[in-house]
Design a protein. Structure first.
Lengths: 138, 138
DNA sequence: CTCATGTCAGATCAACTGAAATGG
DNA sequence: CCCATTTCAGTTTATCTGACATGA
């Protein structure tokens, strides 16, 4: 009554994630960045200046890891931390112009990855897959 | 022209994987095992006695990690290593009776995880999702 | 010589934990 | 007092790399 290893949903999703993640980090590394940095830049561009804790909630990255990744983004002048005048505990983090340029560059890299990742599916399938994957991740 | 963070296939698959992996390792930990050990037991039950290198290829686990996980399985008497009489480099690894019992137990745990993981999808959707996920992981 | 195998030490990365300092 | 935020140090897990000895 043993099911073969390779029909379980968690297994298949794990394999798909592995392939996607490999494509992604390879492409980002080649572009001189990393998934965490892209995620943070994208969240900053989408939501404007926010606190680091809020950034963590938006991206699913742990607070302590947000700190480290922001150190890298600040060093590259892609983001700036300023103290929040209305709340002394918080930093307000904003994307810079250079950060937007960097983000645009990374978006292109990311789009290329999506195409390669989704290549095995037809366009109609992609739409349905994305819908179902979104529900499974929620 | 910035796409929101949460429509990318790699992102959605990553979130789904995260949720599935959390369900899985929690359930296995509660059952006193780990994903690697389950994968190896399942491969041994499906393919009979094989070498460690072959086990690694079947499960996608690195050779060096197969060694460590087999140490745990051997210590629990769930698998046995014997030298391959036809090839002095190899160990022939076989599942034991206790290993089959353990595997059956873990299969039940795993099936419960699959149900919870796939709960957001209808039965018809699950079938299509599995098919597409399999293609994306290959 | 080459290649495969099993083992070991260690690196890497994502994710997380716990604690401290600061402030609401 | 309790709670949120930022930061730091460190742990865990999965994955992978490089090296080594052994044998096909």
């Amino acid at each position: 009554m043993v099911q073969p290893l390779d029909v379980r949903a968690t297994w298949l999703v794990s394999r798909a994630h592995r392939r996607g993640h490999a494509l992604l980090s390879e492409a980002f590394a080649e572009a001189g960045s990393r998934p965490y940095r892209y995620r943070l830049l994208a969240a900053l561009a989408e939501h404007g200046p926010v606190s680091q804790a809020q950034l963590g909630r938006l991206t699913g990255i742990d607070r302590s890891d947000v700190t480290a990744a922001l150190d890298a983004l600040s060093a590259g002048r892609f983001a700036v931390r300023r103290p929040d005048p209305t709340d002394g505990r918080r930093n307000l983090v904003a994307i810079t112009d250079a950060g937007r340029v960097e983000l645009d560059r990374l978006e292109l890299v990311l789009d290329g990855v999506q195409d390669r990742f989704l290549a095995p599916l037809s366009v109609a399938e992609r739409r349905r897959f994305l819908d179902m994957a979104a529900r499974l991740g929620g």
